[in-house]
Write a protein that binds this ligand. Structure first.
Ligand code: PAN
Ligand code: ZN
Length: 186
């Protein structure tokens, strides 16, 4: 009998570094996040090429039932009082969920349903976040170190950024030492 033995992809739990697999990296910089942060004047003063977050995704075949695995690294930083964060999205196929696992750093996962009701979960190394369908999600780095989280989601889920182009109903800002939530007035 011949049994093939494959070396699977590998994630370094301390850093989120992916290896042994074809990985595609997408970096989102400040310039790409026009309209995402509340304080436009502070956003204009930022270095346009400043990376806000990197997403590494294992290349995977895409079909019904297949799953993507990716790691998001949100850099520490702020635009005005507001912490660096991902753009955030609903899945294009709304019923599709996702799981995030905190790897390093500290931050928040902002979740919002289709009625605009928001909640947050605290992200730390080892935290597990089950994102149900019909729930928009955004990762926010409230700490001084890089925030990394592993995610697994259906390849058919797709990303809908347009629905929340006016922003989430809540913004997360510094209170000097930690964070505070503020209702958006977009
Ligand atoms: C993640 C996100 C990643 C970047 O892989 O796509 O954190 O966030 P934005 O897509 O909102 O820019 C995920 O949730 N995939 O479904
Ligand atoms: Zn998602």
């Amino acid at each position: 009998m011949t049994l093939s033995t494959l070396v699977p992809p590998h994630v370094a739990w301390q850093t989120g570094a992916l290896k042994n697999g074809p990985v595609i990296r997408k970096t989102t910089d400040i310039a790409a996040l026009a309209g995402v942060f509340a304080d436009t004047k502070s956003w204009q003063r930022c270095e346009p090429g400043q990376a806000v977050y990197d997403v590494d995704v294992l290349q995977t075949e895409t079909c019904e039932g297949a799953l993507f695995t990716g790691v998001t690294h949100v850099h520490p930083g702020r635009v005005g009082d507001e912490f660096f964060m991902t753009r955030g999205h609903f899945h294009a196929r709304r019923e599709q969920g996702e799981v995030y696992f905190g790897l390093r750093g500290c931050g928040l996962l902002l979740l919002q349903n289709e009625r605009g009701e928001a909640r947050v979960e605290i992200v730390t190394a080892g935290s597990v976040h089950i994102i149900p369908g019909y729930t928009a999600h955004r990762l926010i780095n409230t700490g001084g170190e890089i925030l990394s989280a592993l995610a697994v989601w259906p390849t058919v889920a797709g990303h809908d950024y347009a629905t929340l182009s006016d922003g989430f109903s809540v913004r997360i800002k510094t209170d000097g030492t930690g964070w505070r939530a503020e209702a958006s007035h977009d």
